[in-house]
Ligand binder design. Structure first.
Ligand code: AMP
Length: 410
């Protein structure tokens, strides 16, 4: 691995990062006054054209750290247009219509130049929203593709041409297989939340994808945790990367107050209801271990007069989006989620995270509570733990290096 950047960071402005005016304007309209540490470190490296091995949690401003410089680089360089005539796979009749306009079987005339690969549809949508916001004055086009919804609206956007494609692995390979996407003009490749990708079993998809993208490219690899398989994967993908680490994997954000309630399993519902009733104005994300558990908790809360929605992998994309929109708008104050479903939730004003079920891995705890206390806001994380689970709390304390306050509930 190449040099590590970081250390004493100077306070900087976006101006000093040499960001072009159209992007600066969009960033300032978004209300960002200064770049976050990962942005200070990553933006110049990406602009220099180097690969990045980034160790960063969500909530650090990581999306803008790659989106802003990629937008800038793409805006600076004109793409080589794909010529349908040069494409031997294209039937001659489909190349031009009677007016001479070029057509393909869903082929975009503009080649995809940046690919952001991300594990979940929620993250894909969220990243896509960032590109829309930061890139609104650049004239660049982007779209997100993910499974669980009809492909036609997605392929229609692709047909019109996109510079930046944000994708989950399954749908991407599917559309490549159908001849609707080619990645041979790719210049930028981002692998986002790589640890989560491996967790979700996407390693084979990633291996199938790699030979389809040019070797000559800039690659940005982000992971919140660093298990051995991630380090090995990064070695096969990156070339002489700059290592950037903003918050060590084990660390929880200081702006989050953390507390463990020792409570017997049978009393957890009562405790949850009483905590939620004390602060009805706060937006709360409750973590459940299973989909079934999430549904049950949500039902119990509704019976107790607390409006809540459950989101998990068995819900349709439409239901998940609706629940998220209601939650973000503050119409529903309590969302009950499984880990995977919660991964894409980015709510600035999320004030409380409750671990109704303790996670199996201490790292998951760090991820979960990282949903609150984002971008400088303060937050609270409450964890329910039965006596026999106390070892898990010890593991969390060991990993984070922090002693958690405890309360005995009976
Ligand atoms: P991310 O880590 O990309 O999920 O970003 C976490 C949150 O930080 C998002 O809500 C972003 O809109 C916000 N954010 C990103 N960059 C900045 C910035 N420079 N200043 C303030 N908020 C930011």
């Amino acid at each position: 691995m190449a040099a590590q950047r970081g250390g004493g960071l100077l306070l900087m402005t976006f101006n000093e990062l040499n960001i072009a005016e159209p992007i600066l304007k969009a960033v300032s309209e978004k209300g960002y006054t200064e770049p976050t540490p990962i942005q200070v470190q990553a933006i110049p490296v990406v602009l220099e054209g180097k690969d990045i091995f980034g160790i960063a949690q969500t909530g650090t401003g990581k999306t803008a750290a790659f989106a802003i410089p990629i937008l800038q680089k793409l805006a600076e360089t004109k793409p080589a247009e794909i010529s349908a005539e040069e494409d031997e796979t294209e039937p001659a009749a489909s190349r031009r219509d009677r007016r001479g306009r070029r057509h393909g079987r869903g082929r975009s005339q503009k080649p995809v130049r940046a690919l952001i690969l991300t594990p979940t549809r929620e993250l894909a949508i969220q990243i896509s929203e960032c590109f829309a916001e930061y890139g609104k004055y650049t004239g660049l086009h982007h779209t997100a593709i993910f499974g669980g919804v009809k492909q036609a609206p997605q392929t229609e956007k692709l047909r019109r041409g996109v510079d930046i494609l944000i994708a989950t692995p399954g749908r991407l390979l599917d559309l490549i297989g159908q001849g609707l996407i080619r990645l041979d003009s790719l210049t930028h490749f981002v692998l986002d939340e790589a640890d989560r990708m491996l967790d979700m079993g996407f390693i084979t998809d990633i291996r199938r994808l790699l030979p389809l993208i040019p070797k000559q490219r800039q690659t940005l690899f982000f992971s919140a945790t660093l298990p051995d398989d991630i380090v090995m994967l990064s070695r096969t993908i990156l070339r002489d990367p700059v290592r950037i680490e903003v918050t060590p994997v084990s660390s929880t954000v200081d702006t989050v107050d953390q507390c463990v309630y020792f409570v017997e399993k049978t009393d957890r519902r009562r405790l949850l209801i009483s905590v939620l009733k004390k602060e009805p104005e706060k937006s709360v994300l409750v973590f459940a271990r299973t989909k079934h558990g999430a549904d049950n908790i949500s039902r119990t809360l509704r019976k107790a007069g607390i409006q809540s929605e459950a989101i998990h992998g068995d819900k349709s994309q439409g239901q998940r989006q609706k629940a998220l929109t209601n939650f973000k708008a503050g119409k529903v104050k309590v969302m009950v989620a499984t880990d995977i479903a919660a991964r894409g939730i980015d709510i600035k004003e999320l004030q409380v995270v409750i671990n109704y079920d303790l996670p199996d891995a201490a790292e998951t705890y760090v991820h979960r509570i990282g949903r609150t206390g984002r971008a400088g806001h303060s937050g609270t994380a409450l964890t329910f733990c039965s006596q026999e689970e106390h070892m898990k709390v010890n593991e969390i304390q060991k990993l984070t290096g922090k002693r958690l306050d405890t309360v005995l509930y009976s």
